[in-house]
Every structure is written in C-alpha cells, then in structure tokens.
Design a protein around this ligand. Structure first.
Ligand SMILES: Nc1ncnc2c1ncn2[C@@H]1O[C@H](COP(=O)(O)OP(=O)(O)OP(=O)(O)O)[C@@H](O)[C@H]1O
Length: 296
C-alpha cells in the first residue's frame, strides 16, 4: 500500500530524511515514533507530494507520490500535525467544505464524528481553542472513507477522554481493513492501536518492531541472595539477555514464559517481578544510543 525506497530530503545542507526504505502493507496499522526533528513529518509530507524528494521514491498503491499526487490524495485521509483551517468559517461550514471536496467525504459522517468528539460546530474556527481545532481536524480526517489514513500526532492537545475516543476510532478504522499510519509521541497509544512501530532518529529508521512479538517479551527482575546459576541449555533460546550485579539481576525473555517458570521459581532470589518489556524500554534504547551503535 505505502512504499518508500531510499527516500531522502535535504533542506539546503541539512539532511532531514536519509535514505528511508519503508513498506507498509495494506491493512496494517503502523506507528512512527521518534524524537523531535527525527524526520517523521518530512516523510509524511513527501508521501503527500507536498515536498519534492532530493532522491529516492515514495509510492502509494503503486502510484508515485510526486507525479500522481492528486490520485494519491483521493486514496488517503491525512491529518497534519499543525491543523490550520479557515478562521472565519464556523465548524459546520469547514466540515461541509471538506466533505464535499474529497471524493470519499460525507457530510453526515463528518457531523456524526464531530458529535462523537463532543465538538460545538456552531463556533467560528478563529474562536476555537487549540483542542477544539484539533477535534475539527480529526472530524474531517476520520470521516473520509479512504483506504489509507496518515495521521500526524492525532491526539495532541486533547483531553484524556477525547484521546480515548480517538484511539477507539482509529482502532475501528483498522479493524474495518484500512491501512493506518500514525505518528505519535504517546507510546501507549501506539501500543494500543498498532501492530508495528517504526522508530526514527536523525532522518533514519533505526528500528522496526513487530508489536505482537514485543508483547511476548518479558523482563524479570529481582534481588539476589547468591550468584545466578547457568541458564539451562533448553532455555537459551527463550532467555535472550541476563545481567547481574552482586545484589540484583535482570533477565529478558522472548517467547512463551511457561517453560522457564520452574527454573525462575528456583533462583536464589527474592522480590521477583515479571513485566512485559513494553515499547518504552525499546524506544529508550534507540532514543539514547548513537544511531551508528544501534544499527551495528
Ligand atoms: N522547511 C525546512 N527547512 C529547513 N529545515 C527543516 C524544514 N522543515 C523541517 N526541517 C528540519 O528537518 C528536521 C526534521 O523535521 P520534521 O518536522 O520532519 O521532524 P519530526 O520528526 O516531525 O519532529 P516533531 O516530532 O518535532 O514534529 C528538523 O531538524 C527540522 O528542523
């Protein structure tokens, strides 16, 4: 559905996107993560054809995002990170404008979505709060019945209840078979909605994580009364990392924990805690390390 091949964007001497190759198959929900300035929005703008790549190619449904941007736009719904709408218009007028302009738009759906987000459509955009403008952008983007959704930080400025509602609506869209690409700094949202998380840093993809596989990974921590024994041979593929100090240990596992439970229960340890590895731990590894070290 969505493909980039060595996609590169320079702003003058500055390399904002550095040879990104990404394939998001139809029906997948993919999160794009990364610190500020990592190149996420630049990649989205290249996919929309708003920017011209320095080199490389981006395609959606096999169509070049540069040369066939109009056809590409008909197949997607895009929520930009900075929603800018016509200040003089009332919410309802803005919704109707976009519903009429987009071939997959619908006035009824747009108003239903706005109602679900608890948005007052009588208010002029200029007098809306930041969160209200975000809701209006979401009502437009979520009501467009396109096969691909590209949402840049969809829950920025929203209160927790509306955030929850938006997460539900994006999950519903995915369940209906749409391809969803979301950029967010809220890791729990990516964990809740996505099947996959791509981590970007300094214009490059530094990690591509299958979230289903991540949910099978656990961290076991505890206090040691004696040094840890050797990991039994039959558990070496399950126990992927072991770290210990004289007082404590941390073990990382990848796979069904059941075969390791007997061994874990008999460790010379107290205060044993088992938790899922989680996206935060994975994200931190790539946020704090040098990209070269990460890729090595
Ligand atoms: N028009 C521009 N001219 C020069 N540099 C730019 C321009 N647009 C973006 N940049 C730079 O390119 C880099 C990537 O920006 P981008 O907006 O893609 O990051 P991002 O990952 O979306 O960040 P954030 O999470 O803060 O939204 C940043 O260093 C930014 O300053």
């Amino acid at each position: 559905m969505l493909e980039t091949n060595r996609l590169t964007k320079r702003y003058g001497d500055f390399l904002a996107l550095d040879g990104v190759t990404l394939h998001v198959p139809a029906g997948q929900c993919c999160g794009v993560l990364g610190p500020n300035g990592a190149g996420k929005t630049t990649m989205f703008r290249l996919l929309l054809g708003f920017l011209r790549p320095t080199s490389g190619v981006a395609t959606i449904d096999g169509m070049d995002c540069q040369t066939r941007s109009l056809d590409v736009h008909r197949r997607l719904s895009y929520l930009p990170g900075d929603v800018r709408l016509f200040g003089e218009m009332r919410g309802r007028e803005v919704l109707r404008f976009f519903a009429d302009v987009h071939p997959c738009g619908s006035r009824v759906r747009a108003e239903e979505t706005a109602q679900r987000l608890d948005l007052d459509l009588k208010r002029r955009v200029a007098f809306m709060s930041t969160g209200m403008r975000q809701k209006l952008g979401l009502a437009i983007a979520l009501s467009i019945d396109a096969p691909l959704l590209i949402f840049d930080e969809p829950t920025t400025s929203l209160d927790p209840n509306v955030r929850h509602e938006v997460v539900q609506m994006l999950s519903d869209a995915h369940r209906q078979g749409k391809t969803v690409v979301i950029c967010s700094h809220v890791l729990s949202e990516i964990e809740d909605i996505c099947q996959r998380a791509v981590i970007m840093r300094q214009g490059r993809i530094v990690h591509d994580q299958d979230l289903h596989a991540m949910r099978r990974r656990h961290v076991i921590r505890g206090a040691l009364t004696q040094p840890l024994p050797q990991v039994p041979h039959d558990l070496t593929s399950l126990i992927v990392d072991v770290r210990q100090t004289p007082e404590s240990f941390q073990i990382e596992t990848d796979g069904d924990l059941q075969p390791a439970l007997f061994w874990l229960a008999n460790l010379p340890a107290t205060q044993i805690q088992i938790s899922q590895l989680g996206l935060r731990a994975i994200y931190n590894r790539y946020h704090f390390e040098q990209p070269e070290a990460v890729l090595a």
